[in-house]
Ligand binder design. Structure first.
Ligand SMILES: Cc1ncc(COP(=O)(O)O)c(C=O)c1O
Length: 463
């Protein structure tokens, strides 16, 4: 059955997927690398005319990656740990990704998530945003997509392009509230427009900073089974997780790398997926750099097949330079080096979070409340006594501070009393100054006292 995912009970793919087919010429490509064939058939330029011969990439730790120009066939076997020379792939590649990159992604997903569903696969992407668009295009969403109550604005913009409306589900400090999700599903079904998919950002949620607990994930997964929902897991901040023990009162200097989770990360929706109803998006943006424009999607075979064909018909592939550098980097690091890199990354963010929390406590305690992020890079601040933070934007700009009014993340587009502040880049003293200026703006606008927070937690989530 063309449109059925791994589960026999529901169709995961949009019927328009029947139009995504392999191009006639592409089907001949397999012969290019068949021994004995003289290929006059492909449209691939000859590597000898490319102006690049080799590339060296210097890493911040002082080590160097050596990449040699190699054709597609050689590149397949060209990864050599001993002389540390990797393939610099300059020619056209496959929609699923360069074999070295594809293999790394597949093995990584297996080792981190161990998807229980039997027939799953991965495909490289041109980053998270590209994959959100393609996933929403390929999947059977219908006209309504369930999201967290506050969500990533680009996803809402993509929904507008595709004619999909978003319906937000209430969340608390553990993520999506199961009863609210069930009720929303019932309400939509009663209106004859049942939801078919849920888009969620489970780790360091953008904008609320919340990380969904394991218990919540399984409750949400059970509801997805009950209502035949596909779960679209956008885990852009997955690798920025903080130690699970409550260490939000610690100061920057109190943390060390050994305490960081590294690759010992929280279980994902994908790792719960016995049915083949989860499509997961990962991106290298937040754990390497956005300029790489490289990520991967994981999902049922039938979905990945269409995703790869859609790559063939749109971007063809992500940059060969990016794929080559990524592959060389991962081969150079190995699992241990990658784990160490993540620990350094997590330490940086947990220290930044500590600096942001200290500054917020010092300047905003009387004026606002905020959630304590368990991952990611965002502090979600509720301004007491203000219904619409959009109305203070001009004052913030005049005070030379930028924070994003919560309205821009709202699935309803309604005004809110929230501001999103990121602690990703500003130095601790700048974070302190920013919150001092915010306090001054709030006081000048007649800011009201925040309700006293419980000593054990100052988490306050949207109601
Ligand atoms: C939730 C979420 N998904 C996806 C992305 C985009 O990732 P990429 O840079 O890989 O396109 C972002 C970027 O901020 C994000 O917050």
């Amino acid at each position: 059955m063309e449109f059925t995912g791994d589960s026999d009970e529901y169709a995961i793919l949009n019927p328009i997927c029947s139009r995504i087919q392999q191009g006639a010429i592409k089907s001949l490509y397999k012969y290019i690398s068949t021994p004995g064939f003289i290929s006059l058939g492909g449209g691939l330029p000859n590597d000898s005319v490319f102006p690049f011969e080799r590339m060296t990439v210097e890493l911040t730790d002082g080590s160097t990656l050596f990449l040699e120009k190699q054709d597609f066939q050689k590149a397949k076997n060209g990864e050599s740990q001993n002389n540390r020379t990797s393939a610099l792939s300059l020619n056209y590649g496959l929609g699923k990704g360069h074999p070295n990159v594809y293999n790394w992604m597949k093995e990584h997903v297996q080792s981190v998530h161990s998807p229980p569903c039997t027939s799953w696969d991965v495909c490289h992407t041109v980053g998270g945003t590209d994959s959100i668009f393609k996933c929403l295009f390929i999947l059977n969403i219908g006209t309504t997509l369930l999201t967290e109550e506050y969500t990533y604005p680009v996803t809402m913009d993509i929904c507008k392009i595709l004619g999909i409306s978003t319906v937000g589900v209430r969340c608390d400090e553990f993520g999506i509230v199961p009863d609210a999700l069930r009720q929303t599903c019932v309400d939509l079904a009663n209106k004859n427009s049942p939801a078919k998919a849920l888009y969620t950002i489970p780790t360091g949620q953008n904008p609320t900073g919340t990380s969904m607990s394991m218990e919540r994930k399984s409750e949400v997964y059970d509801i997805a089974r009950e209502f035949h929902l596909t779960i679209i897991e956008d885990d852009a901040y997955y690798y920025i997780q903080f130690p699970s023990s409550d260490c939000s009162d610690k100061l920057m200097e109190d943390f060390n790398e050994d305490e960081m989770p590294g690759l010992s990360l929280a279980a994902s929706f994908l790792s719960l997926d016995v049915d083949g109803r989860v499509v997961r998006m990962d991106t290298t943006t937040k754990f390497i750099c956005p300029g790489l424009r490289l990520g991967w999607v994981t999902g049922p075979d039938s979905f990945i097949k269409k995703y790869s064909l859609l790559n063939d018909n749109t971007c063809l592939m992500s940059s060969g330079f990016s794929q080559s550098i990524f592959s060389a980097l991962m081969s150079h690091w190995g699992v241990e080096g990658f784990n160490n890199h993540l620990k350094r990354l997590q330490l940086y963010y947990v220290q930044q979070r500590a600096a942001a929390l200290k500054a917020a406590t010092e300047h905003l305690s009387e004026l606002a409340t905020w959630s304590i992020p368990q991952g990611g890079m965002f502090l979600w601040i509720k301004i007491s006594g203000f219904e619409d933070t959009e109305s203070m934007l001009e004052d913030l700009i005049e005070a030379k501070i930028l924070m994003v009014p919560g309205k821009h993340f709202s699935s309803t587009g309604n005004s809110t009393s929230y501001l999103r502040a990121t602690y990703a880049t500003a130095a601790p003293e700048k974070l302190d100054e920013a919150f001092r200026r915010l306090a001054a703006v709030l006081i000048s606008k007649g800011g009201k006292s925040a309700e006293k927070q419980k000593p054990s937690s100052n988490i306050l989530m949207p109601s």
